[in-house]
Write a protein that binds this ligand. Structure first.
Ligand code: NDP
Ligand code: PYC
Length: 338
C-alpha cells in the first residue's frame, strides 16, 4: 500500500487555492477551480480531484491558458445564454453564466448555455448538481482531446466526452449520473500510470491496435468507447452538440490547437436546463412522485443509483477528511513558493 497523507476538507480547499494562485491564476479563477477539485476529492472522484491541479498549473505555465480571463455572459436569444471564456478555465465561466441560464429555464421551461473558448479539465457533476439544487433538470456535455477510437476503428477521433444528467428529488440530493463516453476517463488511466498499476483490458489499445493493460501504451495508442457502437454514437453526438452546434472545436481540433504542448483540452461546453414546473404546472408534484417510484424500484432490489457512492463518500469526508497519495501531496507542495 503506498503512503498516504490525511487532510481536512478545509486543508484541501486552502492547498488548492494556494497552488493555483502560486501558478498564476487570478483569485476568481483560483476560487472557482478550487471549488470543483475540492468537490471531486471530497466525493472520492480521484480522477478529477486535487490531482487535476497539476494539469491546471502546467497548462498556464505552457502559455496556453489565460489565467486572468474574465468571462463574458451574453443574453444571446430567448432560450440561449452564451459565455465566452476567453481562453480561461471553464469553472468561472460556468459560475458566471449559471444565474441567467436558470432565469431563462424558469421563464421558458427549457434553456441552453453554450460556453465557448474554455480550457476544460473538470468533472461535470458539480455543474448539473448546482442546477438541480434550483429544482431544475440538467444535462451537460463537452468534448476533450481526440484520444478515443470509434467502435470498429483503431485511430483516435473522439474525446473522452463526458455527459452528465441531474434530476432534483424532493427529499434528498438529486439523481445524478456523469460519465465519460470512453470506457473510463483518461484521468483514471493517468492515475494508474502514476501508481505503477496495470489497467483492465477493454479500456484501450496500443499504437499497433492491440489490446493493452499498460497505461503508458494505452495513452500512446487509443482509448475505447464504453458499450461499443452505442458509446461511439453518443460520443459523436457530444462532438456535434458541444462542437459545431455551438461554433466551437471538436476534440480533434482541440488536439491540433494544443500543438503537442499537453495542456488541458480547449473547446466548448453545452448545458441544458429544464423546469418541471413549466412543463407540468399544477401536476408537477404528481409526476415527481412517479419518478420516486422508479428510484424505489431500483434501490428496492439491491441495485444502487449512480451518485450513491459519491454521496456516501461526501458524508464520510465531511466527518473525517480525505486521504491522498503522499507522492501527489509532495508534487502539489512543490508548486508552492518556498
Ligand atoms: P465511471 O465509469 O466511474 O462512471 C461514473 C458514473 O457512473 C457515476 O455517476 C457513478 O456514480 C456511476 N456508477 C459507477 N458504478 C455504478 C454502479 N455500479 N451502479 C450505478 N452507477 C454507477 O466514471 P468515468 O471514468 O466515466 O468518469 C469520471 C468523471 O470524469 C466524470 O465525472 C466525468 O465528468 C469526468 N470526465 C471529464 C472529462 C472532461 O473532458 N472534462 C472527460 C471525461 C471524464 P458514483 O459516482 O456514485 O460511483
Ligand atoms: O479524464 O478524460 C479525462 C478528462 C479530459 C479532460 C478532463 N478530464
Amino acid at each position: 500500500m503506498s503512503e498516504e497523507v490525511s487532510l481536512s476538507l478545509d486543508e484541501v480547499r486552502r492547498l488548492s487555492i494556494d497552488v493555483l494562485e502560486a501558478g498564476g491564476l487570478s483569485p476568481d479563477h483560483a476560487k472557482a477551480i478550487a471549488a470543483v477539485v475540492y468537490a471531486g476529492q471530497r466525493d472520492e472522484c480521484h480522477s478529477h480531484g486535487v490531482y487535476r491541479l497539476l494539469g491546471c498549473v502546467r497548462s498556464v505555465k505552457e502559455g496556453k491558458v489565460n489565467p486572468n480571463a474574465v468571462p463574458d455572459v451574453v443574453d444571446h436569444a430567448a432560450a440561449v445564454v452564451r459565455v465566452n471564456a476567453h481562453y480561461g478555465f471553464s469553472p468561472l465561466a460556468f459560475e458566471r453564466g449559471r444565474p441567467l441560464l436558470i432565469e431563462k429555464a424558469r421563464k421558458l421551461g427549457l434553456a441552453a448555455m453554450a460556453i465557448n473558448n474554455c480550457y476544460h479539465f473538470s468533472a461535470l457533476w458539480p455543474e448539473v448538481e448546482a442546477i438541480a439544487a434550483e429544482g431544475l433538470v440538467a444535462l451537460a456535455m463537452t468534448p476533450s482531446h481526440s484520444w478515443v477510437a470509434p467502435a470498429g476503428g483503431t485511430k483516435p477521433v473522439f474525446g473522452t466526452n463526458p455527459i452528465a444528467f441531474a434530476w432534483p428529488r424532493p427529499d434528498g440530493p438529486p439523481f445524478v449520473f456523469d460519465f465519460a463516453t470512453s470506457a473510463i476517463a483518461r484521468g483514471e488511466i493517468e492515475l494508474h500510470r502514476r501508481a505503477g498499476k496495470s489497467i483492465p483490458t477493454g479500456w484501450a489499445i496500443d499504437s499497433e491496435g492491440n489490446p493493452t493493460t499498460d497505461p503508458t501504451a494505452a495513452m500512446a495508442g487509443a482509448m475505447l468507447t464504453f458499450g461499443g457502437h452505442k458509446g461511439s454514437a453518443l460520443s459523436a453526438m457530444i462532438e456535434l452538440m458541444a462542437g459545431p452546434l455551438i461554433g466551437d472545436m471538436t476534440s480533434a481540433e482541440s488536439m491540433a490547437f494544443d500543438e503537442g504542448v499537453g495542456a488541458a483540452p480547449c473547446h466548448g461546453e453545452l448545458i441544458l436546463a429544464f423546469d418541471p414546473k413549466v412543463f407540468l404546472g399544477a401536476d408537477a408534484a404528481q409526476h415527481v412522485a412517479r419518478a420516486e417510484t422508479m428510484f424505489d424500484a431500483i434501490v428496492g432490489q439491491g441495485a444502487r443509483l449512480p451518485s450513491q457512492r459519491r454521496y456516501e463518500a461526501r458524508e464520510r469526508s465531511e466527518r473525517q477528511g480525505v486521504r491522498i497519495p503522499k507522492v501527489l501531496y509532495d508534487d502539489l507542495k512543490a508548486l508552492l513558493p518556498r
